[in-house]
Design a protein around this ligand. Structure first.
Ligand SMILES: [Zn+2]
Length: 62
């Protein structure tokens, strides 16, 4: 299965800035933060991502 990055919501526990998971984050560049290390997403972000992923999955399968 091919997943296009950021085509769907990032993993719920992906970096709060770029969405990459801690295990393979390393140092990443985003325009808003510049170079950064993985940082824990906020509870609101986690919930929003879970909701978005569920919505995307439901949409695709129906
Ligand atoms: Zn990041």
């Amino acid at each position: 299965m091919i997943v296009i990055r950021h085509h769907v919501a990032p993993p719920p526990f992906g970096c709060r800035w770029c969405g990459e998971q801690a295990g393979h984050h390393g140092r990443s560049y985003v325009r808003s933060q510049g170079m950064h290390a993985w940082e824990q997403p906020t509870t609101a972000q986690i919930l929003a991502r879970m909701r978005a992923r569920r919505a995307a999955r439901t949409h695709k399968e129906s």
